[in-house]
Ligand binder design. Structure first.
Ligand code: ME8
Length: 508
């Protein structure tokens, strides 16, 4: 359902360590979806930010020899900078240390407390600080280690405030049964539903042994559990980071994240909202892990890829394209320098960049630089462009970013075949075939214009350059403009430097 608005979010990242390609992946995918919805004329609110409270951050700050706030300030800035370098078009960057965020979290907890959903109890359990979560004995690996981080867990026992999560089991199951597309892909939906079905324990939502957090409003001895503090960011941001009437964006249309935090978002988050009396998000899209050497890229495994050298050598758009195309959205995928180079050279430089260069050069050589019109109408190519434009929209509606790129690439390859089939250099030798030459050149320019528009969310900078080379307004990227015949004829092409120049040497 379209309301003319689209609110989407990334997780807020922990400021315990520097960002890496895994974080870049979610931010880029979310940015691609955000740009696509803007192209459709929707009013988009795109939220990202940093998760700054809790024991994990306090420990990292301690290890770095600075206060939690100083540490959070420095690391949060790195995530903000990464967003800038990645071309992220986020509307706001939330920090859970923002005073307005904390105040709103307190207000929401007050609502839940008043409702009777929060009570005092004591709890002892195995705690993983890296996850900021308790585990049952049966979930531990070798009886002692966290199933996600593989590191020993700690026994934690204290008096805390608890949220009656167990009371929401039936309502959560109803939510799942009434909304089969609430979590995509299907396998994650099933997994989350199973967690609920198996039974839910009440959740400890405060901590007494740390003080780096938002104070529980009715109990100054306790701070709010970092995950509750963090999850509410998606709501609090609209109360102070979205201008007047920011609440109009609620509820989120799409929340993206990797599968590591499925339970928090697909089970705990909707229950918290139900308790606070807030409308639920429309959809969660769960992606896989970016792997390096067969393992999830993470600080714990130490197999981190720094995105910056790839951006320096190949350009930002190459990284955006590679991640969208190589790692099938929803599944795990491997990041490799060889694979990156192969896609850059084979697809971006040869198939897309060269096609554009050849088209611009031929229009220059044979038609004085002006794209001819096609009085005959190239029905076959017109139909293919229209089918691809529809397929791309459908792929985005299904949050299948990889399929959207693959669909666009079908068109790129079709246009490359068109050059070979029509051989404009042969047509140009025969004045009787001038009409055929006009048609071939028009189809190439018009097809490329559609490619540049459809691909713009993935590679905004390169697609704007492509539009400029085709003599088009680089700001004219509305999806509606990808319609056949909407623009190429009569434009004066502008030969320029290659979109994807050859790269000497490559990062490891
Ligand atoms: O979990 N592959 O923060 P976090 C793909 N603060 N995505 C990856 C990735 C990888 N190898 N590594 C990280 C937290 N990510 C909480 C979230 S939200 C209310 C609170 C991405 O810094 C992916 O989106 O550990 C994953 O879900 C997120 O970073 C985890 O970031």
């Amino acid at each position: 359902m379209s309301t003319g608005r689209f609110y989407l979010t990334t997780p807020i990242y922990y400021v315990n360590a520097d960002p890496h390609v895994g974080h870049a992946y979610t931010t880029i995918m979310t940015d691609i979806v955000a740009r696509h919805h803007r192209q459709r004329g929707e009013e988009v609110f795109f939220l990202t930010g940093t998760d700054e409270h809790g024991a994990k951050i306090a420990q990292a700050a301690d290890a770095a020899g600075r206060s939690p706030k100083d540490h959070a300030d420095a690391l949060s800035q790195r995530f903000r900078d990464l967003g800038g370098v990645l071309g992220a078009s986020n509307s706001f960057f939330i920090r859970t240390t923002d005073a307005a965020h904390g105040a709103e979290v307190q207000r929401l907890l007050g609502v839940m407390h008043e409702k009777g959903d929060i009570y005092k109890g004591s709890y002892g359990g195995w705690y993983c600080t890296a996850c900021e979560a308790f585990y049952n004995e049966g979930d531990l690996v070798d009886g002692t280690n966290c199933p996600i981080h593989g590191r020993p867990v700690d026994w934690l026992e204290e008096e805390n405030w608890f949220f009656r999560l167990s009371a929401y089991r039936e309502r959560l199951l109803e939510l799942y049964d009434a909304n089969p597309g609430w979590v995509v892909p299907q396998a994650r939906f099933n997994e989350a539903r199973r967690m609920i079905e198996l039974g839910l324990e009440d959740l400890s939502i405060s901590r007494s042994q740390i003080d780096w957090g938002v104070q529980v409003p009715w109990d100054p001895e306790q701070v709010v559990y970092v995950w509750v503090d963090a999850l509410f960011n998606y709501w609090t941001a609209l109360t102070y980071g979205a201008g007047e009437d920011g609440g109009r964006f609620w509820p989120p249309d799409l929340q993206l994240m990797a599968k590591d935090i499925l339970k928090f978002h697909a089970v705990i988050w909707p229950a918290l909202l139900m308790s606070a009396g807030i409308e639920l998000p429309r959809r969660l899209a769960i992606h896989g892990y970016v792997l390096k050497g067969g393992e999830k890229m993470s600080k714990t495994t130490g197999n981190l890829v720094d995105p910056f050298p790839f951006i320096e050598d190949y350009g930002l758009d190459a990284l955006r394209y590679y991640l969208a195309r190589e790692i099938r959205f929803g599944e795990d995928g491997t990041f490799s320098a060889e694979g990156f180079d192969a896609r850059y050279t084979g697809e971006l430089a040869n198939e897309f960049g060269n096609l554009l260069n050849r088209t611009v050069a031929m229009v220059g050589r044979y038609r004085g630089g002006v794209v001819p019109s096609d009085p005959g109408g190239d029905a076959e190519i017109a139909a293919e462009v229209s089918a691809v434009a529809d397929a791309v929209t459908a792929a985005f509606d299904a949050v299948d970013i990889t399929r959207a790129v693959e669909d666009i690439w079908v068109l790129v390859r079709r246009l490359n075949r068109l050059v070979e089939e029509r051989a404009p250099w042969t047509l140009a030798k025969d004045p009787d075939r001038a009409g055929e030459l006009d048609q071939a050149l028009f189809s190439l320019a018009e097809g490329l214009r559609a490619v540049a528009i459809l691909l713009w969310p993935v590679m905004p900078g390169s697609c704007e350059k492509a539009l400029l080379a085709l003599g088009q307004d680089p700001a004219a990227v509305a999806t509606a403009g990808a319609r056949w015949g909407a623009g190429a004829a009569g434009a004066t092409v502008v030969p320029g430097t290659p979109l994807f120049p050859r790269v000497e040497g490559r990062p490891e």
